[in-house]
Write a protein that binds this ligand. Structure first.
Ligand SMILES: Cc1ncc(COP(=O)(O)O)c(C=O)c1O
Length: 318
């Protein structure tokens, strides 16, 4: 999906024109994968545009930087404000996908240079549709188990949302798409279920919601956390545990969660129907609750929405 350019990107402390937010080809991150990033969504609500779980995304960004010891010159509050600024300056009143990225920039070459390369920070935002296709939310997607396993816990930290981790995601996602599936699911190093190339995974079996625990090389997804909280709130039993691959074939329902994928039902895995091959009632009711909250149609009782005043397009000049 091509990126629909907007007017401004927040880059190292100020808004710059979209095409001027560039980096040197010898930036550390380009060679060694040393970036950490976020994917955040803002939704149109009856009271204006609002960013979903912004503070939690920013906290995860700082956590990812902490794991890799990437120094950051900004506070979480400053980056939260910068995200709001990017939405407002670009007049994104219909909602947006926001991409904050922190990376080791241009300095010395070498994996662990003597002098820390400068940390660069950018935040871009644009209008973005459904990640797994327009019909996916309604009809579900066909997925497969990938021949590529996820990184083992003692290789790369899965809880860091780091650029380098997405080489694994590229292998898993690209293989699935080459074979005609919408998405691939990686197994953890111990052979149990882990997650999709860019989504967490949930199963429903006999009325219980199941998802791989954090130790199974998954990203601690904020949509995952949202679903767990909403499900528990309505009295559903939720278990975070080790799950064998074949439980996916035997599940009554299954779905992916993620900021990009939102809540996408899985209708088949490895060409075996999940349940009846149609979106099940628990998935539907969680989808309804989730979209109700993010779109401001249901009470935001967890205080997950950060409103952004957006007047009209291009209100800021640089
Ligand atoms: C590998 C991976 N797992 C899970 C997720 C879902 O995380 P979240 O719900 O915070 O977007 C993502 C998306 O960011 C991801 O890239």
């Amino acid at each position: 999906m091509p990126i629909p350019a907007t007017q401004f990107i927040w880059f190292n402390g100020k808004l710059v024109p979209w095409e001027k937010a560039t980096v040197h080809v010898l930036a550390h991150a380009l060679h060694y994968g040393s970036s950490v990033f976020e994917g955040v969504r803002a939704y149109e609500t009856p009271k204006g545009v609002a960013i979903f779980r912004l503070r939690d995304h920013t906290r995860r960004l700082f956590d990812s930087a902490k794991i890799y010891r990437i120094p950051l010159a900004y506070s979480p509050e400053q980056l939260n404000e910068a995200c709001r600024q990017v939405i407002a300056a670009n007049g994104l009143s219909r909602g947006a996908y926001i991409r904050p990225v922190v990376f080791r920039g241009y300095g010395e070459i070498g994996v662990t240079p003597k002098y820390e390369p400068p940390t660069e920070v950018a935040i871009a935002a644009w209008e973005w549709g459904k990640y797994l296709g327009a019909e996916a939310e309604e009809l579900g997607v066909d997925a497969c188990i990938s021949s590529w396993q996820r990184v083992a816990p003692n290789t790369l930290p899965a809880l860091a949302k780091a650029g380098g981790n997405y080489l694994s995601s590229q292998l898993i996602g690209a293989e699935a798409r080459r074979l005609g599936f919408a998405e691939g699911i990686g197994l953890a190093a111990d052979g149990t279920l882990s997650e999709g190339s860019g989504e967490n995974l949930f199963l429903v079996k006999d009325g219980v919601l199941l998802t791989p625990a954090l130790a199974h090389s998954v990203l601690g997804g904020l949509t995952r956390d949202t679903v767990i909280r909403l499900a528990r709130e309505r009295g559903l039993e939720v278990r975070e545990c080790a799950l064998p691959r074949e439980l996916l074939y035997l599940a009554d329902e299954a779905f992916f969660t993620g900021t990009a994928a939102e809540i996408t039902p899985i209708r088949s895995v490895d060409k075996i129907s999940v349940g009846k091959g149609v979106t099940g009632p628990i998935t539907r009711s969680i989808q309804k609750e989730f979209f109700g909250i993010v779109r401001g149609e249901r009470p935001d009782h967890f205080n997950w929405l950060t409103p952004v005043p957006v007047k009209s397009k291009q209100t800021v000049s640089v």
